[in-house]
Design a binder for this molecule. Sequence first.
Ligand SMILES: O=C(O)CCC(=O)C(=O)O
Ligand SMILES: [Fe+2]
Length: 213
Amino acid sequence: MSQLFEALDFVENPLYERIISEIATQKYSVVNDFFTEDEVAVLRESLIQKHEEDAFKKAAIGNKFDETIVKSIRGDIILWIDETTANSAELLFFDKINNLISYLNTTCFLGILYKEFHYALYPKGTFYKRHLDTFKNDDRRKLSFVCYLNHEDWQPENGGELVLYLNSNGQETEQVIYPFPGRVVIFESQVLEHEVKPVETKRLSITGWLKTR
Ligand SMILES: O=C(O)CCC(=O)C(=O)O
Ligand SMILES: [Fe+2]
């Protein structure tokens, strides 16, 4: 095996190893500084600019082929990001994502072939009720990835916490994760139910999925 890794110029990445082992043991991983302050700032700028251009639309439930908009379930507005026409901030984002994907495919043989990402903006008072990130007609989403682009001074009073519903020995427990800027949450799309609690202040993020087949 070491010969194979040598041949591929494999360099072990401690952060990615931590993510992999946390997902294996607890189904999710939280990384506080996956994106630097500067990276968060340019991605936030990009989101805000596109929102000002009125490019966002109401988020639906289901996927591109089976969409319904139900505001009582989710109230965010989204914009899908196209890698082929990405701006400099988005290129930087995809650079990190692609790096992670190739590491996962090399070390875990996950077979991630596709990805999809969108900006999300939750206006004050909105939420996303408890759900699973898979669809009736599509089970290709393997890992969910959320990256928060809020301002530096985001406080617990701003609400909008992500709650993961974990199952330990038949007992349900709640893991509360605040959307602090630069923080990334990665979890198993088909396993972990989760919810976004009502936001008190506009909440900004990029959400996406790593997919097989
Ligand atoms: O923004 C988050 O914390 C989670 C968003 C989410 O669950 C989704 O878009 O499916
Ligand atoms: Fe979700």
